[in-house]
Write a protein that binds this ligand. Structure first.
Ligand SMILES: [Zn+2]
Length: 355
């Protein structure tokens, strides 16, 4: 599964780079006491809960076995896989491969140039091996962003790669650059026997768009959202997608022109945020961190229009959402703590001035 980024709104107004993030070494693990791998009828191997898993539990905290810059090619990947130690190499080749060959063939010339003349009889086999390695890579890689968010790499985390996709996921994954691990947390209580599903894509897209993107992995999603006969649900997701885009656009505009932003403009932006929060809740999507992102923007707007109580209440929600989805060692959790402190500070100041 190539894991695309979930929708995000820039939280750059928070002074994250100044936050002292504690260095830690959490080890690399998959909680095999909580789940087992099983064959599924349609989606290859999947991960199933073997016991009740409480919301917020960290199920995977995994180190990558392969990590490459976004622009790496077949040859660079193959050379890295070749260098893997025995067990890790086996883990790599055991992963599913479901993507088809791409159009870019420049790497074949590069490979030919790097080969000795006497390898020509086995050149086709070598190309096929590179293609297989690449298909595994494309099927299973996760996006890994650096701490400042400016550099993107793609990593293979073989245990987490067993997670299948759902547009109504019950776990949440993200690469955590602070600890250099991919973490996977339970988004809600998961019952014994349930399959663990993450989302490979932005789940706010309407069904027809999700279906198209998911073709990359060669399957048709059978989750409750995709198979729902409820057209309103699809409308709501499209509406959420539009509102998220509107919020992001308005935030960019506001940050560029904060000093001239009028009370009316703050109110209008806040109205969009509130609409989006309501729809996310209605769609049962409060279990993902998208709601945290929207609340964050809501907090920043609420303090500007003097709604300090709302600001504090929403900031508290952001803290809980980031703790649940990403854990206390994530930069998002630290940022949420800062946000809450800011909201409380503004609230206290307003109370002092009012008394
Ligand atoms: Zn689906």
């Amino acid at each position: 599964m190539t894991i695309l980024d979930p929708p995000s709104i820039d939280i750059s107004t928070l002074t994250l780079t100044d936050v002292p993030l504690k260095p830690s070494n959490p080890g690399s693990y998959a909680r095999r006491d909580l789940y087992e791998e099983r064959q599924t009828p349609e989606s290859g191997v999947g991960a199933f809960a073997t016991t009740k898993i409480p919301s917020g539990t960290r199920i995977f905290c995994e180190e990558s076995i392969v990590m490459l810059p976004d622009e790496a090619d077949h040859v660079e990947l193959y050379n890295m896989v070749k260098e893997l130690a025995g067990e890790k190499r086996k883990m790599y080749w055991d992963l599913a491969a479901s993507t088809k060959a791409g159009k870019d063939v420049r790497w074949i010339d590069k490979l030919r140039d790097s080969c000795d003349e006497d390898v020509s009889s086995t050149f086709n086999d070598l190309v096929a091996a590179h293609e297989q390695a690449w298909s595994i890579y494309e099927t299973n890689r996760f996006t890994c962003k650096s701490l400042d968010g400016n550099t993107k790499s793609l990593g293979i985390f073989p245990q987490s790669a067993r997670l299948n996709h759902s547009c109504s996921p019950n776990v949440f994954h993200r690469y955590n650059p602070v600890i250099n691990r991919l973490t996977v947390h339970a988004l809600r209580d998961i019952e014994k026997g349930e399959e663990l599903f993450t989302s490979y894509i932005d789940i706010c897209h309407p069904t027809v768009v999700r279906r198209h993107i998911l073709k990359h992995w060669g399957f048709r999603c059978r989750c409750s959202a995709c198979d729902s006969p409820d057209d309103d649900e699809d409308y709501r997701r499209k509406r959420i997608e539009d509102l998220l885009a509107k919020i992001k656009k308005s935030e960019t505009k506001r940050l560029k022109n904060e000093s001239k932003w009028t009370a009316k403009e703050y109110q209008r932006s806040l109205g969009t945020v509130i609409k989006c929060i309501r729809l996310l809740q209605k769609e049962g999507m409060e279990e993902t961190d998208t709601l945290g992102v929207v609340y964050t923007e809501g907090v920043k707007l609420a303090v500007k229009v003097g709604e300090e109580e709302n600001a504090v209440e929403w900031a508290e929600k952001v803290v809980e959402i980031e703790r649940k989805c990403l854990g206390e060692d994530s930069k998002e959790f630290v940022a949420a703590g800062e946000l809450l402190e800011m909201a409380r500070g503004v609230g206290a100041k307003a109370a002092a001035e009012g008394s």
